[in-house]
Design a protein around this ligand. Structure first.
Ligand code: SR1
Ligand code: MG
Length: 413
């Protein structure tokens, strides 16, 4: 049976009934707004007259945009595990966690509404220069802290067993690794990308995606965020001046034990979406965005190598970490391509692309699909993050050249 859902009206009464929560805000002056815009949760911001505030996140028993699509509310346990792990292993880089109500399927956490969702900042060309490096450091801390490199194997295996999240994992399996490569009612695109979208239904490409999917399903090496797109990261544009953190990662409900490369790759796929938006709008920041892959990877690699000196098992030698980093980068490149394709052809499209006008959207999606396909076809040849940027840059150049030719032909007619 579904947990009783909160409303803006019932939140104060709910908080008042909880000893550990009732003093976090002044309930006599508090106002409540439901601010959720994701697919699976209600999100309430509670703020009092003195400015004290908190967030309550409660799982919905269905997808917000399609109530006939039922989804377990147990993903709140993944949310709680992720918040707890992030606060333990990457302190300061996630919202503070105030607790879980198992029965009501909700968590309570710090309100970060004076921060900006990274996707919104990227769409508005708002620069947060430290963010790509710092989010790489976050991934390293979270991954190392929950992995066999920092913990006894039995502890990791118990944690992995307790972290299974099959009902959310199947959403990822279907939406990212299956549907875009077949005819499916969830898929849609503009006529101007018909050739590239239909060409995804190829057995050769399916085999490549199969390698990515198999790694996703079978490599339970660390706790993942599981949905680390730019809408799952808050950024703080003033962070450089205040010398505080510039990123905070949130929305952990897709977490489970999987390949670390998946979190990096989903983020890289969202860099590609931002890049495509900049490309299609002739925005001069397009080339700056190309550096994000390297900045994030450098943040990740430097932090991981530094944590590595404290590993608990010496059989994992320095040579081993170099091997592990290389395979992690390669799979990340592939997952970036898979994310690019699912966000442009499959279900759950994003504002980076959807808010463009028709012509811009076609240009952006053509870039994403071409670069994504190249990434999936070449992921196991990647050795540096600069090669990922080069694949994207080459696709953009080819598309720009192609458009120039088409434009010239139009002029002749
Ligand atoms: C039904 S949930 C659809 C998508 O939204 C989330 O952001 C995840 O990416 C998921 O795939
Ligand atoms: Mg989410």
């Amino acid at each position: 049976m579904s947990a009783q859902l909160l409303t803006e009206e019932t939140v104060p009464e709910y908080l008042a009934s909880k000893e550990n929560l009732k003093n976090l805000v002044d309930l006599k002056t508090a106002t409540v707004s439901e601010i959720g815009d994701g697919n699976l949760n209600l999100v309430f911001r509670v703020k009092d007259a003195q400015g004290h505030s908190l967030i309550i996140k409660q799982t919905l028993p269905y997808v917000r945009g399609d109530h006939s699509w039922e989804v377990t509310e147990d993903s709140i346990f993944a949310e709680a595990r992720g918040l707890e792990a992030a606060n333990a292993y990457a302190p300061g880089l996630a919202p503070k966690y105030y607790g879980l109500d198992e029965e009501r399927r909700l968590v309570v956490m710090e309100d970060l509404s004076d921060w900006t969702v990274w996707r919104t900042a990227l769409n508005n060309k708002q620069e947060v220069p430290a963010a790509p490096f710092e989010v790489g450091r976050y991934i390293a801390k979270f991954a190392f802290g929950t992995s066999y490199f920092s913990q006894a194997p039995q502890k990791v295996q118990r944690a992995a067993a307790a972290s299974i999240n099959p009902d959310l994992e199947i959403i990822t399996e279907d939406l990212i690794f299956t549907e875009p490569y077949y005819e499916h009612e969830h898929n849609s695109w503009d006529a101007g990308v018909d050739d590239l979208a239909v060409a995804l239904r190829s057995d050769a490409l399916r085999s490549r995606v199969g390698k990515l999917k198999y790694e996703f399903l079978t490599n339970g090496e660390a706790l993942l965020h599981g949905d680390l797109h730019s809408g799952s990261v808050f950024v703080h544009p003033g962070a450089e001046e205040s010398s505080g953190p510039s990123v905070k990662v949130f929305d952990f409900e897709f977490g489970f034990y999987g390949p670390v490369s998946f979190d990096i790759g989903i983020l890289f796929g969202n860099y590609l979406l931002a890049q495509a938006r900049a490309f299609a709008t002739h925005d001069s920041s397009a080339s700056r965005l190309l550096d994000f892959y390297t900045q994030t990877w450098r943040g990740f690699e430097s932090e991981f190598r530094s944590l590595w000196t404290g590993r608990v098992n010496d059989i994992f030698t320095d040579d081993f970490v170099s091997y592990w980093l290389q395979r992690t980068l390669r799979f990340a490149a592939g997952y970036a391509g898979a994310e690019g394709i699912r966000r442009t052809v499959g279900w759950a499209k994003l504002s980076d692309i959807q808010t463009l006008d028709d012509e811009q959207r076609v240009a952006a999606v053509r870039l994403v699909l071409q670069a994504s396909r190249d990434l999936i076809e070449k992921f196991d040849e990647i050795d540096t993050p600069e090669q990922i940027a080069a694949i994207v840059a080459n696709a953009a150049k080819a598309l720009a050249d192609e458009s120039a030719v088409d434009f010239a032909q139009d002029q002749e007619r």
